[in-house]
Design a binder for this molecule. Structure first.
Ligand SMILES: *[C@@H]1O[C@H](CO)[C@@H](O)[C@H](O)[C@H]1NC(C)=O
Ligand SMILES: *[C@@H]1O[C@H](CO)[C@@H](O)[C@H](O)[C@H]1NC(C)=O
Ligand SMILES: *[C@@H]1O[C@H](CO)[C@@H](O)[C@H](O)[C@H]1NC(C)=O
Ligand SMILES: *[C@@H]1O[C@H](CO)[C@@H](O)[C@H](O)[C@H]1NC(C)=O
Length: 318
């Protein structure tokens, strides 16, 4: 069973490698005229998303209920709600949610921060990403808020992308204080990702009803493949079970942590992250979790002058 699963992944990755080689898109994080502060502001987009998803999912209350100033007047997310979580998962996610408030405060206190972008955390949006990953429609529609397993699968989307962003950003930082801040953010972010992946790993053979019994492990592979495809810079993302040549030291197929052949964390550029989070594969075309685009100077550099989106919510904002 596990062998078959890994074989499928080999095929997926072979396709992916050819994608990476086309490389007409920028896979370099060296963006001219970008400052340390721009880089941590960029990260705030993901920190806002994590804060809202974790806080709302575990407590039923969003960021504004805990600290009304951090959003700097940015719109509240749409579609986030309390998830039906078992007590252990609830405790873990609640802690993660509070940690995200701390992360936002840390960035805000040091740099002033940015406005919260509009976040699409609706069931429909998560289902759209999942369906795209699996390649067919869920039935019933995938609901991240329905139970702990679905919530963890949805969470598989989040800290990991932030983690790769921090790994990508640190080498470009100039100032001691910002390096110290981002190192601290990276540590907790990767811890969150590890916990989520471990909880999923324990359930790797469980079928996911909405996709006719596809297992948890297969679904994580498919989500990772989708992110590699959208990011367009090769393999930066691996599921919970890999062929041995992708496992640590070529000696294992278990893959609780996603890492490169030296077992170092993968890095992603802001452009790759935007392609993934927009779900469009194009940093110039918002959508997905960020229907009006991400905020801050880096994300806005890639948007056309005067961009105000294709949704009413964006127009209201401008
Ligand atoms: C980034 O780009 C600048 C300007 O093109 C160049 O001077 C610098 O060496 C580059 N840094 C890295 C790490 O590639
Ligand atoms: C919200 O966060 C800001 C930034 O850290 C802080 O100055 C403020 O005291 C916080 N407000 C509350 C209610 O905790
Ligand atoms: C949120 O995502 C869903 C599914 O993609 C979409 O139908 C809906 O229009 C989105 N909402 C906004 C405000 O973009
Ligand atoms: C693992 O296998 C890959 C592909 O066969 C090879 O490129 C890599 O060097 C191997 N890594 C180790 C640590 O042996």
């Amino acid at each position: 069973m596990m062998f078959k699963l890994c074989l499928i992944l080999v095929l997926l990755i072979a396709v992916d490698a050819t994608l990476a080689k086309s490389g007409y898109l920028s896979c370099s994080g060296n963006i001219s005229s970008v400052t340390d502060i721009d880089r941590v502001h960029f990260a705030m987009n993901l920190e806002f998303m994590e804060a809202e998803f974790f806080l709302k999912g575990s407590t039923g209350k969003g960021l504004d209920a805990f600290n009304a100033t951090l959003a700097k007047g940015g719109p509240p997310p749409i579609g986030a709600k309390k998830a039906n979580l078992d007590p252990l998962t609830k405790r873990i996610i609640e802690e993660f949610g509070y940690q995200e408030i701390g992360h936002l405060r840390a960035i805000a206190d040091m740099t002033g921060g940015i406005q919260r972008p509009l976040l699409n955390l609706t069931r429909e949006n998560f289902a759209m990403f999942m369906d795209k990953a699996v390649g067919r429609r869920s039935k019933p529609l995938f609901d991240p808020y329905a139970n702990s397993l679905n919530y963890l699968l949805a969470s598989y989307y989040i800290p990991y992308v932030g983690l790769t962003g921090y790994v990508g950003t640190i080498p470009y930082l100039v100032y001691f204080n910002i390096k110290r801040l981002v190192a601290g953010l990276l540590g907790v972010e990767s811890g969150q990702d590890a916990v989520i992946r471990t909880l999923l790993y324990e359930r790797q053979n469980e079928p996911v009803e909405e996709y006719g019994g596809v297992t948890v492990a297969e679904l994580t592979n498919e989500i990772s493949y989708l992110r590699n495809e959208l990011g367009m810079c090769g393999i930066k993302d691996e599921g919970l079970c890999v062929p041995q040549w992708l496992g640590a030291e070529n000696r294992t197929t278990s893959n609780i942590l996603s890492a490169n052949p030296y077992s170092l964390s993968y890095d992603r550029t802001p452009q790759e992250i935007l392609r993934v989070m927009y779900g469009t594969g194009d940093e110039h075309r918002p959508g997905g979790f960020l229907p009006c685009g991400a905020n801050g100077r880096i994300a806005r550099m890639f948007l056309e002058e005067g961009y105000c989106g294709h949704c009413d919510a964006c127009l209201k904002d401008n």
